[in-house]
Design a protein around this ligand. Structure first.
Ligand SMILES: [Zn+2]
Length: 435
């Protein structure tokens, strides 16, 4: 057998362990093919099984190594491609042609890290975590290295993987102990044992945006999955009346701010006394950098406060002297976990619906009671009392379409009388009787 050592600018090496890990040039057979696993060391022919290959090339006089997999023929193919690319560049440079530095092929992993880095400056922590989680689900099923290798099969596999998560998770029968819950949170920072259709849509769009920005072909993506958009749920007047007849203290004040000023949960938790204008009867909703709180749209807004709530707030401020926050924990910090108080209140006063998943399973935390529902009630009401543009302003929505959703909320109830007025036994086509 004729054995020749090719001194090449781009060489294929094999990684083997002879006393220590070494990179040794591969042996080419008579036909020009790489003989798998064969090396010559100290004049002796040695055969190895299950070896991995690397490609060596020189960049500015320094050797660079690229992993080339475990298949000898594939590795040789990769080496040839790289050599052709490099020589084309060298010829162009010698001819004095300005060569624009071709951006190297992007690997999925490096692009994920790069994108993460860039986004972390622009968007909040929670969103970053969500995007990371969505990408991790992508890497669960797609094992490709480069972005330009992706095909529709990969994106479909990703979508199928998302659909494989159950839509519902059976709620715990007994609420876990606090310590246990803490341990769970630490172990699973993003706990998504089930994905709703809406979440599947969101994850798909996150990964799609990430890959498109990385230079993926638009054609490899199937149309985005569909999900059912939920109707807005609000509290009935009776529920609100019952709540205010029973609630006291911090919980009552928090709900008042959400129901009567349309605050979000965190906005109510971070509201300060100095934001209130008692003369104009308004309150300013703004960021609180001292507590690390930012408004959702990064915009301040001033909303009117009803007379009864202004009176309540005056009284409240008198009873809580020297306090910055309207609602605070005994330690003087913003109460970010008021939801526990609401669920406890509902349980103690027997207000649970008895029909939702949690109620059915005997879990005391009824799903029908939540803080955001008070805000939804506020926006639904305010839409019917002021014009839509003003309602958007008070609600602090970035887009008017978000507010329009609330205008729709009770239109079925409003139309009910008109539907009732229809006499179904009469012909609809009869022309009106002329005199
Ligand atoms: Zn319930």
């Amino acid at each position: 057998m004729k054995i020749e050592h090719k001194q090449m600018a781009v060489a294929l090496l094999v990684r083997v362990k002879i006393e220590k890990w070494r990179r040794i040039p591969v042996i080419y057979g008579r036909t020009g093919r790489v003989i798998p696993g064969r090396v010559i060391w100290l004049g002796k022919e040695l055969n190895f099984e299950n070896v991995s290959y690397e490609i060596r090339y020189y960049k500015n006089g320094r050797a660079c190594y690229v992993p080339a997999g475990k298949s000898a023929s594939d590795a040789e193919e990769k080496r040839r491609t790289l050599q052709a690319q490099l020589s084309a560049k060298a010829i162009a440079a010698a001819a004095g042609v300005a060569v624009t530095e071709m951006a190297g092929r992007k690997t999925l992993k490096t692009w994920a890290a790069e994108y993460d880095d860039k986004k972390s400056v622009l968007i909040g922590d929670a969103q970053i975590r969500k995007e990371r989680y969505a990408r991790a689900r992508f890497f669960d099923v797609v094992g490709k290295t480069y972005i330009d290798e992706l095909t529709e099969i990969d994106t479909l596999a990703f979508l199928r993987h998302l659909y494989s998560y159950p839509v519902y998770w059976i709620a715990r029968k007994f609420p876990s102990k606090r310590v246990q819950a803490g341990q769970n949170r630490r172990r699973l920072p993003t706990q998504h044992r089930c994905l709703s259709k809406r979440t599947v849509f969101q994850y798909f769009m996150i990964v799609r945006a990430w890959l498109l920005e990385g230079g993926a072909d638009r054609k490899i993506f199937p149309p985005p999955p569909k999900f059912e958009e939920k109707e807005v749920t609000i509290y009935t007047p009776e529920e609100i009346e019952t709540f205010f007849s029973l609630a006291t203290g911090n919980l009552r004040m928090a709900v008042s701010l959400m129901l009567k000023c349309g605050m979000r949960r965190q906005e109510a938790a971070h509201a300060c006394f100095k934001d209130i204008d008692y003369v104009q009867k308004t309150i300013l909703i703004r960021e609180k950098p001292e507590y690390g709180f930012q408004t959702k749209t990064r915009k301040q807004r001033r909303v009117p406060v009803p007379d009864d709530l202004i009176a309540d707030l005056r009284h409240w401020e008198k009873n809580h002297p020297g306090q910055m926050l309207i609602i605070q924990t005994p330690k003087g910090k913003p109460d970010r976990r008021m939801i526990r108080e609401l669920k406890r209140f509902v349980y103690l006063h027997g207000l649970r619906c008895g029909l939702c998943g949690h109620c059915q399973l005997g879990n005391p935390n009824c799903e029908e009671w939540e803080f955001h529902k008070y805000r939804r009630t506020y926006i639904t009401a305010i839409c019917r009392h002021v014009d839509l543009r003003t309602a958007q302003e008070y609600a602090g929505h970035a887009r008017i379409t978000s507010t329009e959703r609330y205008l729709k909320a009770a239109s079925a109830i409003e139309g009910q009388k008109r539907v009732s007025a229809i006499d179904w036994a009469k012909s609809f086509y009869e022309p009106p009787a002329t005199k």
